[in-house]
Design a protein. Structure first.
Length: 54
């Protein structure tokens, strides 16, 4: 499995931090606070999961 990291604004840290993409469990994991959130291959769905949940 390849590891991918993306830079996103974390609604919990309230800062722009690296998120590791865990493809096996379809999650994004914040490197700052460790929060796990669902990941969707569609960018707009991922955006909604991150920012509408907070």
């Amino acid at each position: 499995m390849r590891r991918m990291t993306v830079l996103l604004l974390c609604p919990w840290c309230e800062d722009e931090v690296a998120f590791a993409v865990d493809e096996a469990s379809d999650e994004l994991v914040c490197d700052g606070c460790g929060i796990r959130t669902l990941f969707a291959p569609d960018p707009s769905t991922t955006y909604n999961l991150l920012y509408e949940a907070a």
